[in-house]
Design a binder for this molecule. Structure first.
Ligand SMILES: *Cc1c(COP(=O)(O)O)cnc(C)c1O
Length: 363
């Protein structure tokens, strides 16, 4: 067996022992005579898998009974649309942070709904186009105070900028945590809703994991399609229709792994992994970090090398050594090393060695 060190930003590397466990249980899940993929979502074995996945995640996030965790297909991007559909009423106002590619996409969906409902979108901080990339500073936030909700993104996956401190707001706070959920310490109870496309730090692609206060979900607009309503998913335990059962099962296995590893240990390990790469960047005039140091992500490390030609050479040579998917997002170019929870320290060490050697030969 030869496993690459997979630096992909999503779908991303999963813990090897989780993959092996799944492989072991694949064709006959715990004596059921079938795989999880083949089971009825209302049958004998699946409900326990569903319940355990939710419970482990809630425990890891320290969420009480006032929150519900739901699984919704359509990834992180569908959440961008569902949020304003549910919570931006006629003539209402919502606050949006514009911090980079992903928050811009969330903002765009809100503007579509706002135009239709005579609602207003207030941009509370705008640094989406700044180079070096960054997140809003504490004194830049301009929350309106009477918004139906405020939306932020905690980690901009493409630019490699991360919000280290969550701003204080007076209205319900919603966060896109797709690329750093359970990768850094957060007080999740500050949020009325937070969500993540599962394929980054939680499991396989195929759904968004959404944690939402029950009381907040109940406040959603009534006149929207059933599947677009958070209350539908909350009231039916994500079983209004057939949920992505296999993705939920793998997510549950990954959550058990996070619990076993200890999330504090993983947070510290993530910081240590990121620091090793940033240290090489800072010690060199050859590599240039693209995010402002105070906002550097511990999940997606982004940097540039002198020319696009050198960057291509870097990516190709790295690939040859089993360091896969280091090419930056197609919209920005450069290099991106994604190192979510499941990414091993040995892979970071291999990258750091390669970076030093590549600089020697090309610097
Ligand atoms: C990847 C990503 C998304 C979009 O996820 P999809 O599941 O592809 O729709 C949204 N927000 C952030 C921060 C992301 O990294």
């Amino acid at each position: 067996m030869s496993r690459a060190y997979n630096f992909s930003a999503g779908p991303a590397t999963l813990p090897l022992e989780v993959l092996q466990q799944i492989q072991n249980d694949l064709v006959d899940y715990k004596g059921s005579g079938m795989s999880v993929m083949e089971m009825s979502h209302r049958g004998k074995d699946y409900p326990a898998i569903h319940a355990e996945a939710k419970a482990t995640f809630k425990e890891l996030c320290n969420l009480g009974d006032d929150y519900e965790v739901v699984f919704i297909q359509g990834g992180g991007s569908q959440q961008f649309a569902m949020i304003p559909m549910n919570f931006l009423g006629v003539g209402a106002q919502a606050d949006y942070a514009n911090e980079g590619t992903w928050s811009s996409k969330a903002l765009k969906e809100a503007q579509i709904i706002a135009a239709d409902r005579g609602a207003t979108i207030n941009i509370v901080a705008d640094c989406a186009k700044d180079i070096p990339t960054r997140m809003p500073r504490d004194d830049e936030w301009k929350f309106s105070g009477n918004a139906a909700y405020a939306h932020i993104c905690t980690n901009e996956t493409i630019s490699g900028a991360q919000l280290k401190k969550i701003p204080e707001v007076q209205c319900p706070l919603i966060a896109d945590m797709s690329s750093d959920i359970l990768g850094i310490e957060r007080d999740f109870t500050k949020f009325d809703m937070f969500y993540a496309g599962a394929q980054k730090n939680l499991g396989p692609a195929g759904m968004a994991v959404v944690a939402i206060k029950k009381e907040f979900a109940a406040r959603g607009e009534a006149k929207i399609p059933t599947m677009m309503k958070y209350s539908t998913h909350v009231d039916n335990d994500s079983l209004y229709n057939t949920p992505p059962t296999f993705a939920i099962y793998v997510f549950g296995e990954v959550m058990k792994w996070v619990k076993k590893m200890g999330k504090e240990n993983l947070f510290a390990l993530n910081d240590a992994k990121a620091a090793k790469i940033y240290d090489v960047i800072d010690a060199s005039g050859f590599y240039k970090g693209t995010a402002l140091p105070e906002f550097r992500s511990n999940m997606n490390v982004t940097f540039r090398i002198g020319s696009e030609e050198l960057e291509k050479k870097f990516v190709d040579e790295a690939k040859h050594l089993g360091l896969s998917s280091l090419k930056g997002h197609r919209s920005v170019g450069g290099i991106r090393a994604t190192i979510y929870n499941a990414f091993p320290m040995e892979g970071v060490d291999a990258l750091v060695e390669f970076m030093k050697d590549f600089e020697k030969r090309n610097g």
